[in-house]
Design a protein around this ligand. Structure first.
Ligand code: SAM
Length: 279
């Protein structure tokens, strides 16, 4: 018998892949957490049946959500990650020598525990001694933080109505993020597929623009996310992120990110550019 998993992007299209084995499945306070093994994508983490990350292509997402903002900042020392309980974003952040502290604010401790047990190749960075893990709502933490972080990365689940991540995509929250950042501070948030969720991309870009003088959209290619084309929205207090690409001599290996990719990621296809310039 063949077992197949399908993630529907909407009522009309989805991604299917054959499952080798369900490794674990648990209902936490917030969501159903599943890790399964597949031939095509390796191990896959699902939350409420929605694909979060796979061991085959996670590097593209985690490198681009972390190295782009970090390398756009003159001297990033203190970083907050909101969500990100699988640990992939933290794993990339701690590669930077300038980093003194990373605070991971994840609402669901079970995501962290299951990722450590079943996805150690992704979650490994969580054991770095510069990392502090808070099991809390990222909104509360950011509201209480003033002038604290050089970089804030919002690595959350999608903005589903009634879900814990919904308010992480509002202009009120981005105002709090602005206040939580230090002088040259930069935030980035994952912002859906321009093909399947153009209104969400547009809405989030406008919301970030209300708080940040410099707002940019950039893209990365992640085969297991709906349509494969994924967007990130970056807000910066002072530095233009596309101008900072060659500033850092990384000194560590990557599989997706390069200074050229950093610069190129801000070059948008016309239909995506129109989304953020049309009123
Ligand atoms: N890369 C993934 C994606 O885009 O599909 C997201 C990765 S990570 C697993 C997302 C995490 O955000 C989840 O573990 C979820 O529990 C957490 N999360 C959702 N809302 C949150 C909130 N308000 N505060 C903190 N963490 C939150």
């Amino acid at each position: 018998m063949e077992l197949w998993f399908t993630e529907k992007a909407n009522d009309y299209v989805g991604l299917s892949c054959r499952v080798r084995e369900i490794l674990t499945r648990k209902q936490s306070i917030y969501q159903e957490i599943t890790v399964m093994d597949t031939k095509q994508f390796g191990k896959i983490l699902l939350l409420d049946g929605v694909l979060q990350t796979t061991t085959k292509d996670e590097f593209a997402y985690h490198e681009m959500i972390s190295h782009v903002p970090l390398n756009s900042h003159p001297n990033p020392r203190k970083v907050a990650v909101i969500g990100g309980g699988d640990g992939g974003t933290v794993r990339e952040i701690v590669k930077h020598k300038s980093i003194e502290k990373v605070v991971l604010v994840e609402i669901d401790a079970d995501v962290i525990n299951i990722s450590k047990q079943y996805l150690p190749e992704i979650a490994g960075g969580l054991d770095d001694q510069r990392v502090e893990i808070l099991i809390a709502d990222g909104i509360d933490h950011i509201q209480k933080s003033k002038d604290v972080y050089d970089i804030i990365i919002i690595d959350s689940t999608d903005p589903v109505s009634g879900g814990p991540a919904f308010d992480l995509f509002t202009s009120d929250f981005y105002t709090c993020v602005y206040e939580a950042l230090t002088k040259d501070g930069i935030m980035v948030t994952q912002t859906e597929s321009p093909y399947y969720e153009p209104e969400a991309v547009q809405h989030i870009y406008q919301a970030v623009s209300k708080s940040f003088p410099i707002t940019r959209l950039y893209l990365a290619y992640i085969p297991t996310y709906p349509s494969g084309m994924w967007s990130f929205t970056l807000g910066s207090k002072s530095k233009k992120p596309e101008a900072m690409a060659n500033k850092h001599n990384q000194g560590f290996p990557t599989k997706y990110y390069t200074p050229d990719i950093h610069k190129a990621a801000f070059s948008l296809p016309v239909f995506v550019q129109n989304l953020i310039t049309e009123k």
